[in-house]
Ligand binder design. Structure first.
Ligand SMILES: Cc1cc2nc3c(=O)[nH]c(=O)nc-3n(C[C@H](O)[C@H](O)[C@H](O)COP(=O)(O)OP(=O)(O)OC[C@H]3O[C@@H](n4cnc5c(N)ncnc54)[C@H](O)[C@@H]3O)c2cc1C
Length: 386
């Protein structure tokens, strides 16, 4: 059962209007240029749609209820603007500053991010370390009164637009390969360079870039949390990141379902609507059932998350299932559209290429299965029938 308050329903309406006025009309232009204009962030910030959770002293609304973020993600999917990554900035990266930053860092970094004048990114992945983060080669080692950052990162979302990048590096590579530290790299720091805006299959309005760090001097004031605990912090952040991915993918699956439903009711084949064919009816019935069951599970996880009971295992199950079902729905959607499904003028076409990444990023489907299977075969395993 969905539990949105009146305030949240009003928030949904105003965010929907914002998207329709400021984001939807620009999407085609941003897709062509491969990057969202920075004004998208300041306009969202002006209306209070970025980072609603920080305390009022930093300029936020102090409302940590994840339902607000769920609304933002669902509405963005509803209008087909998946590559406007409000949530990456607002919740996914912003949370690292909130959870692991000290008061001085929150004062310094959060206000600009809330107004949208500063844009955030997070850089974990490297050319030789994606799923296996422990294999990263970037180093962030203490040196007198500062740290030195060396290495490179790739596939970084908001990589070109970002003013602050949360970067992970190994802090004691010789003696403790698992010791990782997180820092905030700021635009303009000496030795920080950006590479290409990468040319992708989908998510065309998203700037995804390589980042290079050569002897970047990081003041201690830019280190997040305790040096050496970075891996643990990343693992903590990933459970929420996977819930975010699950909310987005199931909303996108539902949108694809709705678009396909409308299409098959209009399209005539052999003298009657495509929706009269039993193949169409059975396949759509299967998808409606699969999507709805997952919508309920994900709503349940949002409530669990609000109570701080979201576990990595639950988040992995939601991410695995929602991205796989989204993909199944989009493949069926394109199939039932016929040739039209391959044409860009039909939204299902764009959705298909945008969604392909969802089974890979934020932990691939295979990695989600690893996480789930670890618990199945652990001593602590218990099922709902025990
Ligand atoms: C558009 C886009 C945006 C991104 N944004 C960001 C970002 O903002 N920040 C960031 O840090 N990263 C980002 N990434 C990187 C993304 O998180 C990685 O691509 C992802 O984690 C997979 O890593 P990889 O590409 O190195 O693939 P690999 O890890 O090399 O995986 C290749 C294949 O091997 C499989 N595999 C790996 N390990 C196992 C295993 N143990 N058992 C079975 N199969 C396995 C994988 O599932 C996959 O199918 C982004 C990527 C893309 C494409």
């Amino acid at each position: 059962m969905r539990t949105f308050t009146e305030e949240q329903n009003m928030f949904r309406d105003t965010y929907r209007k914002f998207l329709e006025a400021e984001i939807v009309p620009n999407m085609e232009k941003w897709q062509e240029q491969g990057i969202v204009d920075r004004e998208a962030f300041t306009k969202a910030g002006d209306q209070g749609f970025l980072m609603i959770w920080p305390d009022e002293q930093y300029g936020g609304m102090g409302d940590t209820d994840f339902r607000f973020e769920q609304i933002i993600i669902e509405e963005t999917a509803r209008v087909g603007c998946a590559s406007w990554l409000n949530t990456l900035h607002s919740r996914l990266v912003g949370s690292y500053i909130q959870h692991f930053g000290n008061d001085e860092q929150k004062q310094r970094f959060l206000p600009g991010c809330i107004t949208g004048e500063k844009i955030l990114a997070i850089a974990m992945t490297e050319p030789d370390a994606g799923s296996d983060l422990a294999g990263m080669r970037t180093t962030l080692c203490e040196d007198e009164d500062h740290f030195i950052l060396n290495g490179s990162k790739t596939y970084i979302s908001n990589g070109i637009n970002a003013d602050y990048v949360v970067v992970a590096g190994k802090s004691d590579p010789e003696n403790n390969p698992h010791a990782m530290t997180l820092c905030i790299v700021e635009r303009g720091m000496e030795g920080f360079e950006r590479g290409r805006n990468l040319d992708k299959m989908g998510m065309k309005a998203q700037d995804t870039a390589e980042l290079f760090f050569s002897n970047v001097k990081i003041p201690k004031e830019n280190i997040l949390g305790e040096p050496g605990n970075g891996f643990f912090y990343l693992m903590q952040g990933l459970a929420e990141e996977r819930l975010i991915a699950a909310v987005g993918s199931i909303a996108s699956a539902r949108r694809a379902f709705n678009l396909t439903r409308e299409f098959v009711m209009e399209r005539k084949v052999f003298g009657k609507p495509l929706s009269y064919m039993q193949n169409t009816q059975f396949k759509m019935a299967e998808m409606d059932a699969e999507i709805e069951i997952l919508e309920v599970f994900i709503d349940h996880l949002v409530a669990e998350h609000n109570e701080e009971r979201l576990t990595p295992n639950m988040a992995a199950k939601a991410k695995l299932q929602s991205t796989e079902i989204e993909w199944k729905m989009l493949d069926l959607g394109v199939q039932l559209h016929g040739g039209a499904g391959y044409m860009k003028e039909y939204p299902i076409c764009n959705m298909f290429t945008d969604a392909r990444i969802n089974r890979i990023l934020a932990g691939s489907s295979e990695i989600m299965k690893l996480i789930i299977s670890r618990e199945i075969f652990s001593e602590n395993y218990s099922s709902n029938l025990d």
